[in-house]
Design a binder for this molecule. Structure first.
Ligand SMILES: Cc1cc2nc3c(=O)[nH]c(=O)nc-3n(C[C@H](O)[C@H](O)[C@H](O)COP(=O)(O)OP(=O)(O)OC[C@H]3O[C@@H](n4cnc5c(N)ncnc54)[C@H](O)[C@@H]3O)c2cc1C
Length: 319
C-alpha cells in the first residue's frame, strides 16, 4: 500500500470528469489517495472526490489565500504538499495543465515521469503507454525516489468506491523569481474540451469549408460533445489546429467517436483508436475507416448529421 497524491484539475472551478479515471487508476491495492486541490470552487468538490475513494482532500493555499494559476508557483506548492504529507508518487492528467505542471515537478524532484499512460501499476512502478502512433504499447518501469504519472484523459474508466474523506487546508509559501503571470485571457469558448470529451464528432475534407462545421457544432451541442477535425481540414485553414485529431494533433479517447467524411488514415487513427466506439459516416464503402470502425453509415454526411441532430433533439425533448 502506497500514499499517492492526485493532482485534481478543474474547469471553471468544477472538477473535470477525467480526474475520476485517474483516481481509479491510483486506487489499486488499497493505496491511500490524497487529492491536491488548488482551484476547486464548486460546492461539492469533497463529496465528489470521496465518491471515488479519496482519503484526504488537501486544499493547497498560501498564507494570503488561494494561489492563482502560475505554473511555477503551483508546481512548488504541490511539491511542498508532497513533502509535508510524505507522498512520493503523484498522478495527474496528460492535459494542457498536466503537461505544464508534471514535467516541472519531475525536474525539481529529479524524478522519472511517464506521460500519456493508459495503465499504471504504482506498486511495481510500471506504466503502459502507446508509442509509434499507437502501433505498440510500451511497458515502462521507472526507478527513483519519487514517481510521476500523467494519465491519458478517459483512458481509464472511472469506477466509484465511496469512502469518507478528511478535509485538510495546507498553507505553503511559494515564490517565483523568474516568471510572473501578467494576465490570463480566456480563449474563445470551444465548448467541451476535445482531449477530455466523452463524445467527439469530427469532420474531414468532405466538410468542404468552415461554415459547414456549424452542422457538427449544432450536433455536438445537442449531445454535449466536442468537435474535432482531420488534418486535411486544418491544412485547408477551415478550423484551428487545436481541433486536429491524430498523430500531429490531439489524442482523444472518448466513449464515442463519430468520424464524418474522414477516410481513416493511419495518422488520423493514431489519435482516436482508443475510443470505445467508432462510428463512421462516409459515402465510400471502400474507405479504410469502414474496416476499422464499430458502426458505419454509407451516406452523405450533409444528410446524416442534420438528421442525427434533429433525432437527438426529439429524444431529448428539445425540438
Ligand atoms: C507526418 C504526417 C502526420 C499527419 N498527421 C495527421 C493527423 O494528426 N491527423 C490527421 O487527420 N491526418 C494527419 N495526416 C494526414 C493524413 O495522412 C490524411 O491525409 C488525412 O487524415 C486525410 O484527411 P481526411 O480523411 O479528412 O481526407 P480524405 O482522405 O480526403 O477523406 C475524405 C473522406 O470523405 C469521404 N466523403 C466525401 N464526401 C462525403 C460526404 N458528402 N459525406 C460523407 N463522406 C464523404 C470520402 O469518401 C473520403 O473517405 C498526417 C500526415 C502525415 C504525412
Amino acid at each position: 500500500m502506497e500514499k499517492i497524491g492526485i493532482l485534481i484539475e478543474t474547469n471553471n472551478g468544477e472538477i473535470k470528469a477525467a480526474n475520476f479515471g485517474v483516481i481509479t487508476a491510483a486506487r489499486k491495492n488499497g493505496n491511500e489517495l490524497y487529492a491536491f486541490v488548488l482551484d476547486c470552487t464548486g460546492n461539492d468538490c469533497e463529496k465528489q472526490l470521496q465518491e471515488y475513494g479519496i482519503k484526504a482532500v488537501i486544499t493547497i493555499t498560501s498564507p494570503r489565500g488561494a494561489i492563482k494559476w502560475h505554473p511555477v508557483l503551483w508546481a512548488g506548492a504541490i511539491e511542498s504538499a508532497m513533502k509535508h504529507f510524505g507522498i512520493n508518487t503523484l498522478f495527474g492528467l496528460t492535459s494542457a495543465k498536466g503537461k505544464d505542471l508534471l514535467p516541472r515537478i519531475a525536474a525539481d524532484l529529479d524524478a522519472p515521469l511517464v506521460m500519456d499512460c493508459i495503465k499504471v501499476n504504482p506498486a511495481e512502478h510500471t506504466a503502459e503507454k502507446p508509442q509509434f502512433s499507437g502501433k505498440t504499447i510500451a511497458t515502462i518501469k521507472v526507478k527513483g525516489s519519487h514517481y510521476l504519472f500523467g494519465i491519458r484523459p478517459n483512458a481509464i474508466e472511472a469506477v466509484p468506491a465511496p469512502c469518507k474523506a478528511e478535509t485538510i487546508v495546507f498553507q505553503t509559501e511559494v515564490a517565483s523569481k523568474r516568471m510572473t503571470v501578467e494576465t490570463l485571457r480566456q480563449g474563445p469558448s470551444r465548448g467541451v474540451e476535445l482531449s477530455e470529451a466523452a463524445i467527439v464528432i469530427s469532420g474531414g475534407r468532405a466538410m468542404a469549408n468552415t461554415e459547414n462545421f456549424n452542422l457538427l457544432k449544432q450536433c455536438a451541442e445537442t449531445m454535449g460533445a466536442a468537435v474535432g477535425a482531420s488534418r486535411a481540414v486544418v491544412d485547408a485553414g477551415w478550423v484551428p489546429h487545436t481541433m486536429q485529431v491524430g498523430q500531429t494533433g490531439t489524442t482523444v479517447s472518448p466513449k464515442v467517436y463519430i468520424a464524418c467524411g474522414i477516410s481513416g488514415s493511419v495518422q488520423h487513427f493514431a489519435g482516436m483508436k482508443t475510443s470505445d466506439f467508432i462510428i463512421a459516416v462516409n459515402t465510400d464503402p471502400e474507405a479504410s475507416i469502414i474496416t476499422k470502425c464499430d458502426y458505419y453509415v454509407i451516406a452523405d454526411l450533409f444528410k446524416i448529421v442534420p438528421l442525427l441532430t434533429s433525432r437527438l433533439k426529439d429524444a431529448l425533448g428539445r425540438s
